[in-house]
Design a protein around this ligand. Structure first.
Ligand SMILES: [Fe+2]
Length: 235
């Protein structure tokens, strides 16, 4: 009897190809360049310019991007439904939305988003080849490595690129490509190796809470409209 492999506990990373209107896209790219201004990196020139560190973290409220945000939100709900969430028992919030502009040879270091639940990236540029810098999502653990450190390569013992022993997953940007993934996953952006192409993307961080109506269960934060901000303590 043949050995049956059960690939357990899959991580759900979703992609969708959105159609972008060419005229709207051109205007959006101009807006992003204007928002970047004279800055180049974060803070040094080897790191991509990211709006969250430069006061541009509410792009979803900008008139040039609110329509695009609606389409991403639609896909976020589809993602939640696909992984088993009941929409009627949730509220979905865009917590933050910011552009990332990566010029030639710029990168984004490995990180995750500890203050969000679901993250998304929409690409506004890209050749599809990955030369302009892939998004790399890192495996949170590699139980199939069996011997810790043995998947590092150097000729074995695990076959290079084996599908059951992947340390990461790469995605090549292209205009309109959307990716959604759990915010807890570490990710990075490899260097933009195309001197002619500005790598341009918009990141979204979503937070899930209980709906505004009803009594929130302990495992979901109450809806933020029900929170009570406290004044600074005055001595
Ligand atoms: Fe990120």
């Amino acid at each position: 009897m043949a050995l049956q492999i059960h690939a357990l506990f899959p991580t759900a990373v979703a992609t969708a190809q959105l159609r972008l209107d060419p005229l709207e896209l051109a205007a959006q790219l101009q807006t992003l360049l204007m928002l970047r201004g004279a800055d180049e990196g974060n803070p040094n020139s080897g790191c991509a310019w990211t709006g969250d560190l430069n006061g541009v973290w509410q792009l979803h409220r900008h008139p040039d991007f609110s329509g695009l945000t609606d389409r991403v939100v639609e896909q976020a709900w589809a993602y939640l439904s696909a992984v088993g969430f009941d929409q009627a028992k949730l509220a979905l919030h865009v917590q933050r939305c910011w552009p990332v502009l990566s010029d030639w040879d710029q990168v984004v270091g490995r990180h995750h988003h500890p203050n969000a639940h679901l993250s998304a990236v929409l690409y506004l540029s890209g050749s599809g080849s990955g030369e302009d810098g892939v998004l790399r999502i890192h495996a949170p653990s590699q139980p199939n490595e069996l011997v810790p450190g043995s998947a590092a390569g150097h000729g074995g013992p695990i076959a290079a690129g084996h599908p059951l022993n992947q340390p990461h997953w790469d995605l090549a940007p292209q205009p309109g490509l959307l990716v959604l993934f759990p915010s807890r996953l570490d990710h990075s952006v490899l260097a933009n190796g195309d001197p002619e192409l500005l790598r341009c993307s918009i990141s979204f961080d979503f937070v899930l809470t209980a709906p505004v109506d009803g009594d929130p269960p302990e495992y979901l934060a109450p809806h933020p409209s029900l929170w009570t901000p406290q004044p600074l303590e005055v001595n």
